[in-house]
Structures are given as C-alpha cells and as structure tokens.
Design a protein around this ligand. Sequence first.
Ligand code: ZN
Length: 152
Amino acid sequence: MGVYEFKAGRRFLVRVPKGAELVGYITELIQKENIRQGEITAIGAVADAAIGFYDQETHEYHEVELTGGLEIVSLTGNISLKDGKPHLHAHAGLADHSGAMFGGHLSRATVFLTEIVIHEFLGGEAKELERVPDETTGLSCWAATQCVASQD
Ligand code: ZN
C-alpha cells in the first residue's frame, strides 16, 4: 500500500543564518543529526530562490529564478533516505513585495531569516523509507503506489 507508520522522535527548532543556502543547510543538518525520516516546516524570508516545476509529459524539471526578496509563506517537506543518506524533499510558496505568490519544488534559496521546525520519525517495526527510481514518473520515489517527486 505504501503506507508507513512511525513513532515520534526528536524535535528541532532551527534558526538558519543569514546568507546560508537553505536546501544545502537543511541537508547538512539532517545528515549530521542522522534524521533518517521526518517532516519539516519553515517560515521566514529569503533573498532569492529557485523553484522547480516537473513537466509530467516530458519528465523534465523547469526552474524559475526568483529575486528581490521573498516571504516564505509556507515551506513543507519530508525527509527520507536516498542512496543511504538522509534526503530533503521540500516545496515552498514564496510571496513577492506585492503579495503575489510563486510556488513549487524548492531547489535552492538564499536565507534572509528562516525558522525551521523538524519532527523526526522513528522506525519501530515499520520499514525505513528509501527513495528509488520510478519508471512511471521518471522520479525518485518511496514506493510504486505512493510517489513523491524528488529532483535529484
Ligand atoms: Zn518536489
């Protein structure tokens, strides 16, 4: 079925330093803390960002570059294993100075101020999630019936 049950693990509150590249910073953190599965949310602001849109016909990512300062209206994501290492998959809604919002797969962002909450999930008897290539979507996914996109 592709449904996995976990127990609650550690919880983290993180303020990311100004100027850090957000996706890289989170990836380093979850690998250092060995957070093998979990969920993540964040709010704050970034100086610039790149968000991706996955073309379901061509199986290609298209990236949109955003500049000029943006609010993180919502950043939500999950953590699971890929190639044996903790891997972040995050999507974000980012608003410009007029309040107009852009959203998609978060490829990278330069932090102005970002506050993150991470909930770790512990395996118990459930199997750990591991991303594997999926032919149907062309993406790296948890299981054949419950697919979530991952860019790399
Ligand atoms: Zn995605």
